[in-house]
Design a protein around this ligand. Structure first.
Ligand SMILES: Nc1ncnc2c1ncn2[C@@H]1O[C@H](COP(=O)(O)OP(=O)(O)O)[C@@H](O)[C@H]1O
Ligand SMILES: Nc1ccn([C@@H]2O[C@H](COP(=O)(O)O)[C@@H](O)[C@H]2O)c(=O)n1
Length: 202
């Protein structure tokens, strides 16, 4: 199994890059794990308490479960990937059966921040977009898709997102094998990653 880790700050375009890589790849050969699925279960908290969580700090992620799941997939076992609701700020009761594939892509803001997870990746990619570009995209996406208003997005950006990005995400570039500049859509970089995957699949 080839495991590719794709990190980068919120709004840099990780999900979009993964979707672009998957286009034109044979169906069923590549699996995706999203770090967002592994936000800790916080059902013990009220909605108002969950809103206060710092979702950009590594402690908000259940890395132990993520590691257990990646190990199981590597061993050829299927896993039940949790499903996260950004609207509820919590895991849902559903899970998605995820079967091991010859290539697995793991994407998320903090996936390079834990050495034990990082060391599981054969290829480490960091997607870069400037912070103003990421903020603009985040505002648009969170209002359109995640039930946020402008004030909520900007307050979170100032209080937690920006400082956590500087502390835990940006320094992870050092560990990347490949940095994809993504201020504009980068079809060349996407083609290169797809070629690496196709090479493994052939
Ligand atoms: N290169 C790009 N140029 C302009 N908009 C982009 C680009 N990549 C992604 N987007 C848009 O920005 C938003 C955030 O992208 P997304 O892939 O969800 O980022 P991430 O997964 O890194 O948070 C989405 O609405 C997406 O359509
Ligand atoms: N309930 C939540 C949980 C997380 N976030 C934000 O999501 C960002 C990570 O996801 P990306 O798809 O943008 O990489 C992260 O910056 C969290 O602040 C949230 O808004 N609400």
């Amino acid at each position: 199994m080839l495991i590719i880790g794709i990190a980068g700050g919120t709004g840099c375009g990780k999900t979009t890059v993964v979707e672009q890589i998957m286009n034109e790849l044979p169906d069923g050969e590549v699996g995706i794990i999203s770090q967002d699925s592994y936000y800790k279960d916080t059902s013990n908290l009220s909605y108002d308490e969950r809103v206060q969580i710092n979702f950009d700090h590594p402690r908000s992620i259940d890395f132990k479960l993520l590691r257990t799941h990646l190990t199981a997939l590597k061993n050829g076992e299927s896993i039940e990937q949790p499903v996260y609701s950004f609207v509820e700020h919590n895991r849902t009761k559903e899970t998605v059966l995820t079967t091991p594939k010859r290539v697995m892509i793991v994407e998320g803001i903090l996936i390079l921040s834990k050495p034990k997870i990082r060391d599981m990746f054969d290829i480490k990619i960091f997607v870069h977009a400037d912070s103003d570009e990421r903020l603009i995209r985040r505002v648009r996406r969170d209002i359109a898709e995640r039930g946020r208003d402008i004030n909520e997005v900007l307050t979170r950006y100032q209080t937690t997102l920006k400082p956590m990005h500087q502390q835990f995400i940006e320094p992870m570039k050092e560990y990347a094998d490949l940095i994809i500049p993504n201020n504009k859509y980068n079809t060349v970089a996407v083609d290169i990653v797809r070629t690496i995957i196709n090479d493994r699949l052939s």
